[in-house]
Design a protein around this ligand. Structure first.
Ligand SMILES: [Fe+2]
Length: 299
């Protein structure tokens, strides 16, 4: 029997009584889908998924991304399963070290955007009994609800441009970074895209602020001065502490989060010798906007 227990103020629920390594029943899939619309961040503790099972579960909710880093940081034979890790074996990193990327929403710079991250904790670093490398989330539906009416009216129908290169340029400023500027070919492969600033969630019907500080460069169709002024307001508003949920990882957690109404930040508070190892599938926001998903959520 599947049970859902809220674990945060607005975001976050723990789901027990379901084995994600086995095919989901229709009732469980519907309950989980509704839970994404209600809590956004779902933790399934004590799971153990091999890459095939991991992909099968994630694929229930949409098509899977094959990351541009496939082949370097993916599980051999499974280009949809990314390895996020700071472990180095024989002088080579076994995965992508992802922490310290600041607040962002995965793949807001692409079309379609991402629906879910499905992350499995294989190894979690601890110091003095406290888990390190937590992942923080911000509730962008609550942030939208709290906006002054005048701002809500102003941003309704507006679009903003999201550019992967904004995030990359920020990373290049970090001391000791191994990254290099994107080549013209890489930039061409990830051209900026526009999305509405207000996103209506396909499952909950709630409006959310979809204007992530990590990737948005400007608001379309207005002067630079107006864009800068409005973005400063929206960015300061979305980062308030009251919208935050902080997930402390346990090994065996499968944590899934809905990118459509959250932002996240991976906290880099662990040393290179404190090992963290995760596997990730990224689910695109294609199926979730389909009539089939809507019907299932209503079932
Ligand atoms: Fe991310």
């Amino acid at each position: 029997m599947l049970t859902i227990t809220p674990i945060g103020r607005t975001l976050g629920a723990r789901i027990e009584g379901v084995d994600l390594s086995r095919p989901l029943s229709r009732a469980d899939k519907a309950a989980i889908l509704r839970a994404f619309g209600r809590y956004a961040v779902l933790c399934f503790p004590k799971q153990s998924l091999d890459p095939v099972q991991h992909k099968a579960f994630a694929r229930e909710f949409g098509s899977l991304e094959v990351n541009v880093a496939a082949g370097h940081y993916t599980v051999p034979g499974h280009p949809e399963v990314m390895v996020l890790s700071n472990i180095v074996e024989n002088g080579k990193p076994i995965g992508l070290a992802d922490a310290g990327q600041d607040w962002h929403t995965d793949m807001s710079y692409s079309e379609p955007v991402a629906f879910l991250n499905v992350l499995q904790a294989i190894k979690v670093p601890f110091r003095d009994g406290v888990p390190l490398g937590c992942t923080e989330f911000l509730d962008m539906a609550a942030a939208y609800d709290d906006l002054p009416a005048a701002i809500k009216m102003r941003i309704e129908g507006m679009t903003a441009t999201h550019d992967f290169n904004k995030f990359w340029e920020e990373m290049l400023k970090r001391p000791g970074t191994q990254r290099k500027p994107l080549t013209p070919e890489q930039r061409a492969a990830k051209p900026p895209v526009s999305h509405p600033i207000v996103l209506t969630h396909p499952i909950s019907g709630r409006k959310a602020l979809y204007c992530t500080v990590g990737y948005v460069t400007h608001i379309d169709g207005v002067s630079k001065a107006e864009s800068d002024e409005l973005l400063a307001v929206l960015f300061a508003h979305q980062l308030q502490e009251k919208y935050k949920y902080k997930h402390l990882w346990s090994e065996g957690d499968v944590l899934c989060w809905d990118n459509l109404w959250t932002m996240h930040n991976a906290v880099a508070d662990y040393r290179p010798d404190e090992h963290r190892h995760m596997r990730r599938c990224q689910v695109m926001a294609d199926w979730v906007f389909s009539p089939e998903a809507k019907a299932l959520a209503a079932a």
